[in-house]
Design a protein around this ligand. Structure first.
Ligand code: ADP
Ligand code: MG
Length: 321
């Protein structure tokens, strides 16, 4: 299949977004939007670095690539509207597999009413998918990492470490309890878009999405805001069935496990009840896990049940190290 046939296959016949003036089919896409702030991000996925065919069917590769981008927009409090896909296709990938990748994206795109408005299709050595996402935040309501303040409550959505457990299950021949749940969390993560875009009444909230583990993301908030974050070990939410794994694994996955695509944030005590209410309205599990202190170190501490405290290392997956 040549690039033009491919493009005509992936091109949408109708578009969901009213602000679109021109989608696929010209040199560039055009949309018009008046009131809101435009928020955009790009993420690139390379075979055998970000995914492998051993653990991911093509459909899920696409699904997850778009989910990661949606999660970035959620972390900004923005409603996603458009995406563009640049894809490098090697010879050993079949047409059907590539279409399946695009179908994985499409199924998620339909859930969120977002449109594919452009991209680029080329041949090359390694399957590489780059997804650009564009969305809108209510004017002045994009959510940043640098706004965290002393005495804020730290919260996280969902449960942490599930995606790592799912990958572990996929890479092991053994059977585990609740396997399908963990595998699904690895292959088809749920970006917290509904929750994040319902926070418009909150005056100040810091948000970051958990793509590299809460340790990394909490550090990013602490550094950007010039504060320190304190987490209570017991409160960091994990799935009940995570207990079937060795304690070292549980701890590693909970703090350093990538790709859960949950949100971590901080908000004032006064506004915390409102955030809880929004979480409930959007069917989002939310848990208070700690507090912010004014120590201007950009550090993250873990408080154990026995009152001992240790500093959490900032680590996660780092490219080009
Ligand atoms: P040009 O040569 O002007 O860059 P192309 O032939 O690369 O245009 O692409 C034609 C149209 O198809 C453009 O609108 C482009 O954005 C779109 N397109 C190309 N590849 C993809 C893709 N993988 N997904 C979605 N749209 C694509
Ligand atoms: Mg082009």
């Amino acid at each position: 299949m040549d690039e033009f046939r491919f493009i005509s296959k992936v091109k949408q016949n109708v578009y969901a977004q009213p602000s679109l003036l021109k989608g696929v089919g010209d040199d560039a896409a055009v949309f018009r939007n008046g009131q809101s702030d435009t928020v955009t991000a790009v993420d690139t996925f390379v075979e055998n670095i970000h995914f492998s065919r051993q653990t991911m069917k093509p459909f899920y590769i696409g699904y997850k690539a778009l989910a990661a981008n949606l999660s970035d927009l959620a972390a900004m409090g923005a409603k996603p509207a458009y995406y563009l896909v640049s894809i490098v296709i090697p010879e050993h990938w079949s047409d059907i597999e590539i279409i399946d990748i695009m179908n994985g994206m499409k199924s998620l795109a339909q859930q969120y009413n977002i449109d594919l408005i452009g991209g680029d299709t080329v041949s090359g050595k390694e399957l590489t998918i780059s997804v650009t996402i564009i969305g809108f935040a209510k004017s002045g309501k994009a959510r940043y990492r640098h706004v965290s303040e002393e005495n804020d409550i730290i919260f996280v959505t969902g449960t942490l470490g599930d995606a790592s457990a799912g990958l572990h299950i996929l890479q092991n021949k053994q059977s585990f309890e609740n396997e399908q749940y963990f595998i699904r969390r690895h292959q088809q993560p749920t970006p917290r878009v509904d929750f994040a875009t319902s926070l418009n009444d909150i005056s100040r909230i810091a948000l970051n999405d958990i793509s590299d583990g809460i340790s990394n993301e909490a550090h990013e908030i602490a550094e950007a805001s010039d504060v320190s974050l304190h987490l209570y070990a017991e409160k960091v939410p994990v799935h009940l069935y995570l207990q079937q794994f060795k304690i070292e694994k549980q701890t590693k996955w909970k703090y350093y496990g990538g790709e859960d695509f949950e949100l971590v944030g901080t908000v004032s005590e006064q506004e915390w009840p409102k955030v809880q209410q929004i979480a409930q309205q959007t069917n989002t599990k939310i848990t208070a896990v700690g507090y912010v202190s004014e120590r201007k170190e950009g550090t993250v501490f873990v408080h154990n049940k026995d009152n001992s405290i240790y500093q959490l290392e900032k680590k996660g997956f780092i490219h080009l190290k």
